[in-house]
Design a protein around this ligand. Structure first.
Ligand SMILES: *Cc1c(COP(=O)(O)O)cnc(C)c1O
Length: 382
């Protein structure tokens, strides 16, 4: 019953990877030198159709996707970017590596950035839809939606996450909904923003497919985050499985909700319709009660996880304010800014009382129901 692989990884299948085979057969794995349309472009087009968005750009990973989105806001050194206090450290790392300062804001009952906790004059905000849970979108000049854990989720109005803001970023890391081991994607409706990102991610060049890169007068420096044909082939295969993965996660979620009876000992945090049903979140009354539940789940071999690793106010990267630069850049630009973890005390307490029950799309309905029953049995014994 123990889940061995996350989500999309279960569906990796060489038999469905004709693009991979033909890339190898053609012996051209660089996207800008293929004879016909590259697999990378084919993948980007498929994402534009699937997520109903004007432009997609594939890149190395979710962190680079965040970086290239933030850079496309044309920031100034030391600018502040407001982020949730509960998310993966990559969000803060991407901001710092762009020479900006992450400012933590408290989260709501679903651990999503609470728009009421962001200063009214905030110009740049990153929201993160953690564990497939779609958070509210604040209004600001530049909002980047980090959808690394929420591919396929939708906002309440039915639009896809990552398509309602300045840019949306995605990851294809092993642990995400779809995987190519490593891989990233940016979505935007803005043609000019896409063009800025495309140039930055390819050495600042204005490249024409099949040619050596060109740099116009006024070109800015860039880096190289261009994806490879091999990775794009795997991502294209994975994208073909997104809909049934989402559906099978929903089935697993329904089975759990149907089996678990409410009790005075815990509350179930229900998911919204558009969420990717990555897990069922249970909130216990005390930290001690959660510890007991963890022990019972371990004893019965039932998979689960907790979320306190995402608590950023006490993350050593943010409390230590260290840097690889010898002058401490960019922390040196924000001498006055310190994280006060006291402000986030009750969020931390709630994280320590929360546990996530695993939902597996790949095990089939019968097994999902058996698993739901097994969780329900453990919870009845609390
Ligand atoms: C995984 C993740 C990232 C980073 O993506 P990588 O592809 O691993 O670089 C960023 N934000 C969140 C919320 C993530 O879960």
């Amino acid at each position: 019953m123990l889940r061995k692989l996350p989500y999309g990884a279960n569906y990796l299948d060489l038999n469905e990877m004709n693009d991979l085979k033909s890339s190898i057969n053609h012996k051209i794995l660089f996207r800008y030198q293929t004879l016909g349309e590259s697999v990378a472009t084919k993948f980007e087009r498929a994402c534009e159709r699937r997520f109903d968005v004007r432009r997609a750009l594939a890149c190395h990973n979710g962190t680079e996707a965040l970086r290239v989105s933030l850079l496309a806001t044309r920031p100034a050194i030391g600018d502040k970017v407001y982020i949730p206090a509960v998310t993966f450290i990559a969000v803060a790392g991407a901001i710092l590596s762009c020479g900006m300062i992450p400012v933590l804001c408290d989260v709501d009952e679903n651990f999503a950035l609470d728009p009421n906790k962001i200063p009214k004059d905030a110009k740049r905000i990153v929201v993160a839809h953690m564990e497939g849970s779609v958070g509210p979108l604040p209004s600001a000049q530049y909002v980047v939606e980090d959808c690394a854990q929420a591919m396929g989720a939708r906002h309440a109005d039915g639009t896809h996450v990552g398509t309602r803001s300045f840019a949306g970023t995605f990851s294809f890391h092993h642990n995400k909904v779809l995987t190519s081991g490593e891989g990233g994607l940016v979505l935007t409706h803005d043609e000019e923003v896409w063009e800025l990102m495309r140039r930055y991610h390819d050495h600042g060049s204005s490249r024409i497919h099949g040619q050596y890169p060109k740099w116009h007068a006024g070109a800015f420096y860039g880096e190289n985050f261009t994806t490879s044909e091999l990775v794009a082939s795997v991502q294209l295969q994975q994208l073909g499985h997104l809909d049934h993965i989402l559906g099978d996660l929903q089935n697993g979620y329904d089975a759990l909700i149907g089996s678990i009876n409410p009790s005075g000992k815990f509350i179930v945090r229900p998911r919204k319709d558009g969420d990717v049903k990555i897990s069922l979140r249970i909130e216990l009354e005390t930290i001690e009660a959660r510890r007991n539940l963890e022990e019972s789940l371990k004893a019965t071999g039932m998979p689960f996880w907790t979320l306190e690793r995402y608590f950023l106010p006490e993350h050593p990267i943010l409390t230590g304010r260290n840097s690889i630069y010898s002058d401490g850049f960019p922390w040196s630009l924000a001498a006055d800014h310190r994280v006060n973890s006291e402000v986030f005390r009750s969020t931390h307490d709630r994280l320590l009382r929360t546990i996530c029950l695993s939902i597996s799309p790949e095990i089939g309905r019968d097994e999902q129901c058996r698993q739901a029953e097994a969780y329900a049995r453990v919870l009845r014994c609390l």
